[in-house]
Design a protein around this ligand. Structure first.
Ligand code: FA5
Length: 342
């Protein structure tokens, strides 16, 4: 049996050395060390020998088996390393390749317009004030000369807070006027940007959540001419030097006199009867404005002789005019195809 073992050892080594794949190595392992392999066969034969011979031959058999298994293991390690190296080589990173472009986001078009409007007024001496989106009924309506049951509330239906009837989602940024005047003495010159809410059917030109910028200037001897001059200059800075402004009498309970401000159509330049933006009128409605009503000054505890003007504009409408967008809903759908154009 010893002679036979020597032969097995020699064969194994000569078969092992040319093996170059894990699959071939596994086949060799099965053939020698598998259940029906050469070594199990030898063990079966060993069982038939006398106990003296069994001990002697058994030791020799185990020694050879162990040494061959060691060779097999070291070959296995060697092949695995080679394979790993080949895989790494195949998937090698090329550090000299240019990096994939980083997708850098940009401000939302409404934020861009909001910032532009703010910059315009800040450059004219206004500072920025803010107020909460959940307001008191008093700040949103009462102090703005809109008592309960006033018909103006119909146009400002909103969302209320269950169990808290004195609080509501503000319908305009005008309550910031009240907050500012209650917290500081004249002179006041602020703009207040922010989100507002109305219980309104959503369509191409109306949203139930939208943005406004409020303006308020209070001082001695502020006149309607100051309001007109401020608005005309701001509109020229926002829409171009040649833009004209027009004031039409209008009604807001918190101003007297009140006006609706239009700008000359920046799309058709007042030249097309079928212009989709101005509808052929040559004018686009821009904001509400007027001289602060004495009742508002009274509500905030300002002296009766004080004067001031206020205005409020919708940011979505300005963005639609600036970018020639016909449907307001596009601003809220967040499609990258749309947003990445700005
Ligand atoms: C107001 O909200 C007054 N607070 C504005 C004001 C301030 C007048 C100070 C006088 C003095 P009005 O309801 O018209 O007014 O809204 C102002 C602007 O908000 C509108 O010109 C329009 O651009 C925008 N707006 C109104 N409703 C919607 C809506 N549902 N969706 C989008 N924008 C709207």
């Amino acid at each position: 049996m010893t002679a036979h073992l020597n032969e097995i050892e020699k064969n194994f080594i000569s078969e092992l050395s040319p093996i170059a794949s894990l699959q071939d190595l596994e086949e060799l392992r099965k053939r020698y060390f598998g259940r029906k392999g050469i070594f199990n066969d030898l063990l079966d034969k060993l069982k038939k020998l006398s106990s003296e011979q069994k001990q002697k031959e058994g030791q020799a058999l185990n020694a050879v088996k162990e040494s061959l298994e060691k060779s097999l293991q070291s070959k296995l390690k060697q092949l695995e390393e080679t394979q790993l190296r080949a895989e790494l080589e195949k998937n090698r990173e090329d550090w000299s390749l240019p990096a994939a472009p980083l997708l850098i986001g940009s401000s939302h078009p409404l934020t861009q317009i909001l910032e532009e409007v703010m910059e315009t007024f800040v450059s004219m001496g206004f500072s920025v004030a803010e107020g909460p989106e959940i307001e008191t009924d008093e700040n949103n309506f009462g102090a703005l000369n809109i008592p309960p049951d006033h018909p103006a509330r119909d146009m400002h239906d909103t969302f209320y807070i269950r169990g808290n009837p004195q609080h509501l989602m503000r319908t305009h940024t005008s309550p910031v006027q009240i907050r500012v005047m209650r917290s500081q003495k004249p002179p006041v010159r602020i703009i207040a940007p922010g989100r507002v809410y109305r219980h309104e059917a959503v369509d191409a030109t109306h949203s139930s959540v939208f943005h406004q910028v409020e303006g308020l200037a209070v001082d001695e001897n502020v006149s309607f001419a100051d309001l007109k001059g401020t608005i005309a200059l701001a509109c020229q800075r926002l829409f171009g030097k040649n833009v004209q402004t027009r004031f039409r009498p209008s009604y807001f309970p918190f101003v007297e006199p009140g006006a609706e401000v239009d700008i000359s159509c920046t799309i058709c330049r007042q030249s097309q009867s079928n212009c989709p933006v101005c509808k052929g009128t040559g004018w686009i409605e821009m904001m509400g404005a007027g001289m602060v009503h004495p009742n508002v000054f009274q509500a905030v505890g300002y002296p009766p002789e004080i004067t001031g003007f206020a205005f409020g504009m919708g940011i979505e409408r300005i963005a639609m005019i600036r970018y020639g967008i016909s449907d307001m809903r596009l601003f809220y759908e967040n499609h990258l195809d749309f947003l990445s154009q700005f």
